[in-house]
Write a protein that binds this ligand. Structure first.
Ligand SMILES: *[C@@H]1O[C@H](CO)[C@@H](O)[C@H](O)[C@H]1NC(C)=O
Length: 304
């Protein structure tokens, strides 16, 4: 009997080792709770709502045509600008177009009265941070999400809100990377008083037109309060992200692409300065078609 027990120990140790190896792999690429739920509308966009901060909150969700049970896909939350809505933003960004974004579940939430938390004009008392955490949990519970690849992008007020998220220790840590476009960074104007990221480094991309009359490239007074200049805001993230060097490449049509190396990772912080561009989401007719660049940037990162 004693001999039997003793000869079993190496086998038990081996099994335990295998078990923890599998657990380790699962911790890296955890399948979300919704992975076993089938959906018969892959390739389409649907609209849903639920109760959260601000009352009944609605969102559009697009499933790529490759969507399948037990196949974890990245999740992108795309926040529209002030006064815009999910339907128009889906069309503008083309994030539901598989030639732009082939394999990401994309969610377009609606702001309360068309706005997001941060500027003075936002609906008082609404926490879009709480709403975002509720939304991401809901999507993970109902769809198959790669929990290490949850991303946020947005335009203008929605872009500024992705900055608010990145600065939130309680609500930002579930995201792998952020990509605000024409960002209105009302909650991150100076220093680090309002910015305590959940981890460092935190991959960050920003694109901004130098002729933006709504959210000026050089900062100043916005409709919702003071705004930082974009170079200053970037310098804050360069410091938060332990960036050491940067280099700028000039692309066609007056687009300047700056990439920083941060904590040893090339391009972890990136900025596209678009000469002469206004406040619009840069599309096919603009100096650069920004949506494929946003997807390329985000896709390179997963949460450690
Ligand atoms: C902004 O620029 C785009 C081209 O990038 C142009 O199509 C659009 O009309 C401009 N919008 C305004 C309000 O000037």
């Amino acid at each position: 009997m004693a001999l039997l027990v003793r000869s079993c120990i190496p086998i038990l140790t081996l099994l335990l080792g295998l078990f923890s190896a599998v657990k380790g792999a699962a911790a890296q690429r955890p399948l979300s709770k919704g992975c076993t739920t089938p959906h018969n509308w892959a390739g389409q966009t649907r609209e849903f709502s639920f109760e959260s901060s601000g009352g009944t909150r609605s969102y559009r969700i697009h499933l790529p045509s490759s969507y399948a049970v037990n196949k974890a896909l990245p999740l992108l939350i795309a926040y529209h600008g002030s006064g815009n809505n999910p339907t128009k933003f889906e069309t503008e960004t083309r994030f539901s177009d598989e030639s732009v974004n082939p394999d990401t579940i994309t969610v377009y939430p609606a702001g309360v009265k068309g706005n997001w938390q941060g500027p003075t004009y936002a609906e008082p008392g609404v926490s879009d941070l709480v709403f975002t955490t509720d939304l991401v949990n809901r999507i993970k519970d109902n769809y198959c999400v790669d929990q290490s690849r949850v991303y946020a992008t947005g335009h203008s007020n929605g872009a500024g809100f992705t900055g608010t998220l990145a600065c939130s220790p309680e609500h930002g840590g579930q995201f792998a990377a952020f990509a605000p476009v024409s960002g209105a960074f009302y909650t991150d104007v100076k220093g680090d008083e309002n910015c305590h990221p959940a981890r460092s480094p935190l991959p960050m991309f920003e694109a901004h037109g130098t002729a933006d009359p709504i959210i000026p490239y050089n900062g100043g007074k916005g409709r919702g309060g003071p705004l930082p200049s974009i170079p200053y805001w970037l310098s804050r993230w360069a410091q938060r992200n332990q960036c050491t060097t940067s280099s700028t490449k000039d692309l066609p049509n007056g687009v300047h692409d700056t990439k920083w190396t941060c904590a040893g990772v090339d391009g972890l912080l990136r900025h596209l300065k678009i000469d002469g561009h206004n406040h619009s989401w840069p599309g096919k007719k603009s100096e650069i078609d920004i949506s494929p660049v946003v997807i390329e940037f985000l896709s390179a990162f997963h949460k450690p």
